[in-house]
Design a protein around this ligand. Structure first.
Ligand code: CA
Length: 405
């Protein structure tokens, strides 16, 4: 039980305690670390300054990175202490002045993103995209069930929820040759991202069973995608400018410690995988995503059906000796379930733009128009029937800017 008003039974109760970084009017230029409890934010900068929680100063930084670098033992110690502060009434007098209403703060990017990798680990998504982009071929390429396909994205253009997404311009193919202009097939990809805390050593792969030593927590991701640019540029080296203009993340990093009740067996893998990818137990996360387009929920992608697990993804990402660093982010790939109402992209939802969806205001859509807003939310099962909220990742499309000649 927590003494914090309104937090008991909330998806952001003491079982969750996601971390974020905020600015507040009392010190508007200083970004500070906080932890969410109910609809309040506990100022951890103030808490560490007051000696209420000790993390060697890591909680007084303007990003989560120094805290992420401390490692699992310290993450657990700090979480235990925060839990004490918000549950034991003896601490109420000292802690209550450090609680700020969420409505009063501006949430900023919670960590400085290092390298960003994006996987492609939903069998349904990969099959759907294969059918739409390469209708004459097998939907899955021969490598897909042997390794978690991924690409290196652009860490520097990862932005926090609420940042406007400027429509990208680029080349797209027409029957008369390539033309340049604003994307006409701008799309979303609903994904879950994994945030690396403890770095690995260059040359030393991270085995599947060491996932929790390195990954601190998860964050919701929208990997905005320009399908017309993508279709022209992706062969033979994969996505480039179709993805790198913006990737939005939720302001909350939910620690793995909050997700103990969300693990469940991942789908059986139909083909045997090579030894370095064998994870026993083979576990995924029961995260339920929801995609809202201008106020209409258009899809509910289930993360539990992902073919490749986050432990397999990390093992694959490092098997060649590549090191991960504090603040690296790797995303799951678009989360799509077996039905149209469970797809994590509008490419799939409207089947390549051929079957528009009707929103609650009666307007039909295929891809994103300027001014459209997409909000992705998610929950996970928590202890004793409560849910764990992952917050939201939201973005509104701003018009393309005139290009240089
Ligand atoms: Ca993606």
């Amino acid at each position: 039980m927590t003494w914090v008003p309104g937090a008991e039974g909330s998806p952001y109760g003491v079982h969750n305690l996601p971390y974020g970084v905020f600015r507040h009017g009392d010190r508007p230029t200083q970004a500070r670390i906080g932890v969410r409890i109910g609809d309040l934010l506990l100022d951890l900068d103030g808490a560490e300054a007051a000696g209420l929680v000790l993390a060697g100063g890591a909680l007084r930084a303007p990003t989560l990175n120094p805290f992420l670098a401390l490692g699992r033992a310290q993450w657990s110690t700090v979480r235990t202490r925060i839990t004490e502060l918000v549950t034991d009434p003896a601490h109420r007098a000292a802690v209550e002045p450090l609680l700020l209403p969420l409505a009063e703060v501006e949430l900023v990017l919670p960590f400085e993103v290092g390298d960003y990798v994006d996987f492609y680990s939903s069998e349904q998504h990969a099959s759907n995209v294969g059918r739409i982009f390469r209708p004459d071929d097998e939907p899955l390429l021969p490598n897909w069930k042997h390794l978690p396909i991924g690409y290196h994205g652009r860490g520097g253009t990862v932005v926090v929820s609420g940042t406007p997404v400027i429509r990208p311009s680029g080349q797209r193919a027409t029957p008369d040759g390539p033309v340049f202009g604003p994307s006409t097939r701008l799309d979303i990809e609903a994904e879950v991202g994994f945030v690396v805390g403890t770095p690995s050593e260059l040359g030393s792969p991270v085995p599947v069973d060491r996932f929790a030593d390195h990954v601190f927590g998860i964050v919701l991701v929208n990997d905005w995608s320009a399908r017309d640019l993508q279709a022209w540029e992706y062969r033979p080296l994969g996505p480039f400018l179709a993805k790198s203009f913006a990737t939005s993340v939720a302001p909350w990093v939910v620690p793995l410690d909050a997700l103990a009740d969300a693990w469940l067996p991942a789908p059986d893998q139909d083909l045997p995988v090579l030894p370095y990818l064998r994870d026993v137990p083979h576990l995924g996360l029961d995260l339920r995503l929801e995609v809202d387009w201008n106020g209409t929920v258009v899809s509910r992608p289930p993360f539990a059906g992902m073919y490749w697990t986050p432990a397999q993804q990390l093992a694959h990402l490092t098997v060649n000796g590549a090191a991960v660093r504090t603040g690296d982010l790797y995303a799951s790939g678009t989360v799509s379930g077996p039905t149209r109402a469970e797809t994590g992209s509008f490419l799939e939802l409207t089947w390549g733009g051929t079957e528009p969806v009707r929103l609650a205001d009666g307007v039909e859509r295929t891809f994103l128009e300027d001014g459209d807003t997409v909000t992705i939310t998610a929950t996970a099962p928590g202890p004793d029937g409560v849910t764990v909220g992952l917050g939201e990742v939201r973005g509104t499309i701003a018009p393309a800017r005139a290009p240089h000649r």
